[in-house]
Write a protein that binds this ligand. Structure first.
Ligand code: GLN
Length: 456
């Protein structure tokens, strides 16, 4: 814990930690020492972690990197963080992210950009750690903490993991309780660990998941011991390679990485099978209807009354002006765009044409995966991202859809509710990390982690 606190002080340029909690960390570390001495050390006893700012942490600023939550200090602890603390973990502080987890580059944060510790060769250009869990990825990659929590609505654990050379798993929808996590798109949001390797991911996920009566979508299922499932034995497993993930214009290096991943799994005794997931091309448009629709509803609660920031009002302003001014000041550009798109697709005249249509497409995407699993496929291997980390500002001012294209390989997994993991498997010609994604059957995170373990 002390080593991490020192490292954090020296790594201000990464802008990964946005609220530091050294007093809490030292208190938890001392308690962990006592538990170790008494011979009762749980799995994460004394392990220093960073917590994404999307998680409510009792008495500690929890702002979802938004100005509108300025000054908000929750009276309660999220289920996931409280389970981590029960397992002995230590909280070093809160981590930077895109505002309300909307973004793929950590550039929409009210705290400013988080920075990737990696550089392209000798070029000093600051790169994005990805998003939305950019601070989590940067902190783990730079050894500021041993692991971090992330959340993934459309790729926000897996894409930043791939951009920073770490491991990140989004479990099956319902594995982790969403209680106390600021909601973005409730039917897609899941928490998960971001760690240095697959074993750490297995250990940390174990502590994070489980049934929670406070989240009606959390699954009442037993949680197997993920770590003991890491045998590295994947003989006879069928790994599907979906042809629709071969995108035109994809860098040759990503294609080569994918081929290497296939070879590694084949060498480990798995069978590589070409498959088709025919509705893949509709995933991104469906996601960018469904996620904003749910966000527009979830974000209606930030009204200047219940949480955080309230705009200064002029004499004669009524409640409508208070809402308008507060929301105009409190939300950033990307959040406003999502609220407007979401409100539009849910409005009476467009509901059927957009929202309902997107929900039908979502079902078709889910069926594509079910068909593959019914045909005996155990896991699906794809690239995690269409490129390596890009420069901060490089995608700025561009058409927002270009930024959305970053999620092309990851959003399908959220739409289908499946577990997905990004594992670092190589570097590009400039020395930047690249990752592959494995997608598993629902509730089979143990198997998925074991297949990822064979790829490491
Ligand atoms: N980049 C995607 C978005 O902006 C996914 C974000 C996420 O997974 N939280 O919506």
């Amino acid at each position: 814990t002390e080593a991490c606190l020192t490292a954090i002080e020296g790594a201000g340029a990464l802008n990964a930690f946005v609220h530091k909690t050294p007093e809490i960390a030292r208190e938890q570390a001392a308690a962990a020492d006592a538990r170790i001495k008494s011979g009762d050390a749980p799995a994460l006893c004394g392990i220093p972690l960073g917590i994404k700012d999307l998680f409510c942490t009792k008495g500690v600023a929890s702002q979802a990197a938004s100005r509108i939550l300025e000054g908000f200090r929750p009276e309660y602890e999220s289920t996931v963080t409280s389970q981590l603390f029960d397992a002995g973990a230590v909280m070093l502080g809160k981590l930077n992210m895109d505002e309300f987890a909307m973004g793929s580059s950590n550039e929409t944060s009210t705290y400013g950009d988080a920075v990737n510790p990696w550089r392209r060769g000798n070029d000093d250009t600051a790169l994005t750690p990805g998003g939305s869990s950019g601070g989590s990825a940067s902190a783990v990659a730079a050894d500021l903490c041993l692991g971090a929590t992330g959340t993934d609505t459309g790729g926000s654990i897996r894409q930043p993991a791939a951009f920073t050379g770490i491991t990140g798993i989004k479990p099956t929808y319902g594995r982790c309780s969403r209680w106390g996590i600021v909601a973005f798109a409730s039917s897609l949001d899941q928490a998960g660990p971001m760690t240095k390797d697959v074993r750490d991911a297995a250990i940390m996920l174990q502590a994070m998941c489980g049934h929670d009566p406070k989240d009606s979508t959390s699954a009442d299922l037993a949680v197997p011991d993920f770590e003991v499932m890491l045998t590295g034995d994947i003989r006879g497993k069928k790994i599907g390679i979906p042809k629709e993930y071969h995108m035109d214009g994809m860098p040759a290096e990503i294609d080569a990485l994918w081929a290497e991943g296939r070879a590694m799994l084949r060498d480990a005794g798995a069978e590589i099978v070409d498959i088709s997931l025919p509705h893949t091309k509709y995933a991104l448009p469906a996601y960018y209807v469904i996620a904003p629709a749910e966000a527009s509803s979830n974000l209606a609660r930030y009204d200047g009354v219940r949480y955080g920031h309230r705009a200064k009002l002029s004499h004669g302003d009524g409640i409508t002006e208070m809402y308008e001014k507060t929301r105009a000041e409190g939300f950033g550009e990307e959040v406003k765009r999502r609220v407007m798109v979401g409100t539009y697709v849910l409005s009476a005249g467009f509901y059927d044409a957009y929202y309902n249509r997107a929900r039908k497409v979502r079902t078709l995407i889910k069926r594509d995966f079910e068909n593959a699993f019914d045909a005996g496929i155990d896991a699906i291997l794809t690239p995690a991202t269409p490129s390596a980390a890009f420069g901060l500002g490089e995608m700025q001012d561009a058409d927002p859809v270009k930024m959305y294209l970053n999620d092309v390989f990851t959003v399908t997994v959220n739409l289908a509710g499946l577990p997905g993991i990004a594992v670092p498997t190589g570097v590009d010609s400039q020395g930047l990390p690249l990752g592959l994604q494995l997608i598993g059957r629902p509730w089979e995170e143990g198997d998925l982690l074991n297949t990822a373990y064979a790829l490491e």
